[in-house]
Design a protein around this ligand. Structure first.
Ligand SMILES: NC(=O)c1ccc[n+]([C@@H]2O[C@H](COP(=O)([O-])OP(=O)(O)OC[C@H]3O[C@@H](n4cnc5c(N)ncnc54)[C@H](O)[C@@H]3O)[C@@H](O)[C@H]2O)c1
Length: 328
């Protein structure tokens, strides 16, 4: 099988490619990303790498036509921005919507692609009441430019594939963490479990806001997300389907710190904290329950118990023992 993956220099697609090659070493993988992807295409270890901008349809089509993939995994995205969201609207739109359209058109016109896997996000749901997230029954109410453009990108890629009869699977991921997670020029902050694990193994006692400690989320390990994406690539499917990829379990930050055995300094909720200075800073935590029943049934994928996922993160830290900020 030949797989083309966009966003290959990033955290999640890097984890996917590693899992794919670990489980199916006979696959050929082409990873594409921007030249400025922090040099991280090397840690993802794809078989082949090309620098390309998904906002440039010509570049994407040219690579697709030359490589002739069977499956496309589209993960390239703009996730967080430095500075204010307002001024980044154009970049969100171009990357997350036009980029998705370009990759979907290039896949549909390749004549070789028989599966399009689109990496989407739980942010497309926004705040729900009751907070149960289901791709079929939940309405989508994304709150910010990221969620809005990710939903638009998901829908436009889905429609493009439907029009050309290419089987489409969207995977809406909850909050992903993992030992190999690193801030990059576009995604500035690591997830809270990863920050906590770094703090533990650097022997630090980080500050955390009272409100953050009470917050809760569904987190999932990157290697398990990688396995879910592998399953989506390999599962026979037709038409368009959308699945949640999550642990299906809501964990508070306080509980997470207990599991990692991390001692923290609790400060008032209004204290200004900075993860670059070693504080624990959360984001995107909405205590939502992701329904993963359909995912496990259709893809035959099941996340390990959350305690095992955390054990995996801690084992990674023990093996690499990051000691300074530059080691991240
Ligand atoms: N990390 C999470 O918790 C999480 C949660 C939900 C969904 N997702 C989705 O997973 C995917 C990967 O996210 P991630 O966390 O690994 O982010 P990341 O920032 O680590 O990776 C995204 C990659 O896309 C690349 N990219 C951005 N613009 C591009 C362009 N114009 N052309 C080519 N490449 C471009 C970046 O250089 C980067 O390497 C995204 O689609 C994201 O929406 C991630």
């Amino acid at each position: 099988m030949k797989v083309l993956a966009t966003g290959a220099g990033g955290f999640v697609v890097g984890a996917f490619m590693r899992q794919l090659l670990r489980r199916h070493p006979d696959c050929t993988v082409m990873g594409i990303d921007l030249p400025a992807a922090g040099g991280s295409t090397s840690h993802a270890a794809p078989r082949l790498t090309k620098h390309a901008d998904v906002t440039d349809r010509g570049q994407v089509s040219e690579i697709m036509a030359a490589f002739r993939p069977d499956v496309v995994v589209h993960g390239a995205a703009m996730t967080l921005v430095a500075g204010d969201e307002y001024s980044a609207g154009e970049r969100f739109l171009e990357t997350n919507v036009r980029g998705a359209l370009n990759v979907a058109i290039a896949a549909c016109e390749s004549g070789t692609v028989h599966k399009f896997v689109h990496l989407s996000t739980g942010s497309v749901y926004g705040q729900q009441d009751p907070p149960i997230l289901d791709p079929i029954s939940s309405v989508t109410k994304p709150r910010d430019y990221y969620g809005i453009t990710k939903l638009s990108g998901e829908l436009i890629a889905q429609r493009t594939c439907e029009l050309k009869g290419v089987p489409f699977i969207a995977l809406r991921l909850s909050n992903v963490f993992g030992g190999d997670e690193r801030p990059n020029p576009l995604r500035l902050r690591a997830s809270l479990p990863t920050q906590a694990a770094w703090a533990k193994w650097q022997g630090r006692r980080p500050r955390v806001a009272e409100s953050t400690l009470r917050a809760a989320s569904d987190w999932i390990n990157s290697s398990d997300v990688g396995d879910a994406i592998v399953a989506a690539c390999l599962t026979e499917s037709s038409g368009a389907q959308t699945f949640n990829v999550a642990s299906g379990q809501v964990i508070s930050v306080a509980e997470l710190c207990r599991m990692i055995d991390l001692d923290v300094r609790v400060v008032a909720s209004e204290t200004a904290l900075d993860d670059r200075a070693g504080d624990l800073v959360g984001g995107g935590m909405n205590a939502a329950n992701y329904d993963i029943t359909a995912t496990t049934q259709a893809l035959g994928w099941e996340p390990p118990a959350f305690a095992d996922q955390i054990h995996d993160l801690v084992a990674w830290c023990e093996a690499t023992k990051p000691t300074t900020k530059s080691d991240r």
